[in-house]
Design a protein around this ligand. Structure first.
Ligand SMILES: [Zn+2]
Length: 338
């Protein structure tokens, strides 16, 4: 197996508020396999791991956490998953890997991760295991950098397909509102990826759109919108968040479009203005055209045709109109935000 092929076994990563990965060496008391929910089938049993990619499932995710992660933090993510999957559909198989602040505990969790991979996918070789243990973006990196990320595993190089969401314990911190919003955000990436049938990484990137404005903007707007609808959340919450995101407009360079900004240092501009673009798109059409119908058409029509079919204009035309919208005073812009 070539190095590139082995690399392909390491799931693609959507590093949202940061980045993911793994290592090896099982200590059973280390990676806690936490059965937080009362549902039964969270383990490697049959049905839950063999569903068709993209089909909704009754199965619940598996939660794995480093030994220094408190149960209430795991519960918080579980609640986030439950709210998000109730709103947008339940997809899987899904694994949550929750990293704390202790590097040694994260190293043990990395080891456990590689064991789980080997256990769930008999097609993986010892070569993969070595690679896994030395992954580029490991749980230890999450201890250092914080954040969260989604890695979908859906390629020709492995037999076991799954989604993996990693949450760190900082940026955001578990006591912050954003921890729940990020849990929704990562779960919306699951929804996005569940609607891409291709096992080819390049095609997956094309349908997700390479730069962050589209997929991140969508995950972020849907997450913020969902959070704003939760009981007890201030009625001005969403408008406040969106006002803040609009400020990134001032960071654009002369003639620069937010759609051209790649992942990396300035990605936040793409995230924030992308969030506004999705809000604008939903305002021009309706929420289901974006969150359901567009994704349902994505495989059969391709990205641009799914866009035009569901939003009534080409992406270029819609983006041109949005550029005009970006020039409006913030008070007028906020009128489209519920
Ligand atoms: Zn994201």
């Amino acid at each position: 197996m070539s190095h590139a092929a082995i690399r392909s076994l390491i799931p693609l990563l959507i590093a949202c508020h940061s980045t993911p990965a793994s290592k090896d060496d099982p200590d059973d008391d280390v990676g806690q396999d936490t059965d937080t929910d009362t549902d039964t089938d969270t383990d490697t049993d049959t049905d839950c791991n063999l569903g068709e990619w993209g089909e909704e499932t009754e199965c619940t995710p598996e939660f794995f956490a480093a030994s220094d992660v408190p149960q209430d933090q795991i519960d918080l993510i579980d609640q986030g998953y439950q709210t998000a999957s109730s709103a947008w559909g339940n997809f899987g198989p899904l694994e949550y890997w929750i990293v704390g602040n202790d590097e040694a505990a994260a190293e043990d969790l990395d080891a456990h991760y590689c064991d789980v991979r080997m256990e769930k996918d008999p097609s993986l070789t010892s070569e993969f295991e070595m690679y896994c243990l030395d992954r580029e973006y490991s749980f230890v990196d999450y201890v250092r950098d914080g954040g969260a990320g989604l890695s979908p595993q859906h390629s020709d190089y492995a037999e076991y397909d799954f989604f993996m969401i990693t949450h760190a314990s900082k940026y955001p911190f578990p006591h912050e509102t954003d921890y729940t919003v990020v849990a929704y955000h990562e779960y919306f990436h699951v929804v996005q990826f569940a609607h891409i049938d291709s096992r080819d990484h390049d095609e997956q990137r094309r349908l997700m759109v390479e730069h962050p404005w589209w997929s991140e903007g969508g995950a972020e707007y849907m997450a913020q919108l969902l959070y704003s609808r939760q009981p007890g959340v201030d009625a001005t919450y969403l408008k406040e968040q969106m006002s803040w995101k609009m400020q990134t407009k001032s960071l654009l360079e002369e003639g620069e479009r937010f759609t051209e900004i790649p992942y990396g240092e300035r990605a936040q501009i793409g995230y924030s203005l992308g969030t506004w673009f999705i809000a604008y798109l939903i305002h021009q059409t309706d929420e289901e055209s974006y969150s359901i119908h567009f994704f349902d058409d994505l495989n059969s029509l391709g990205w641009e045709a799914a866009f035009a079919t569901n939003f009534g204009a080409s992406s270029e035309e819609m983006l041109d109109n949005f550029e005009d919208f970006l020039q409006l005073p913030i008070e007028e812009q906020l009128e489209i935000i519920p």
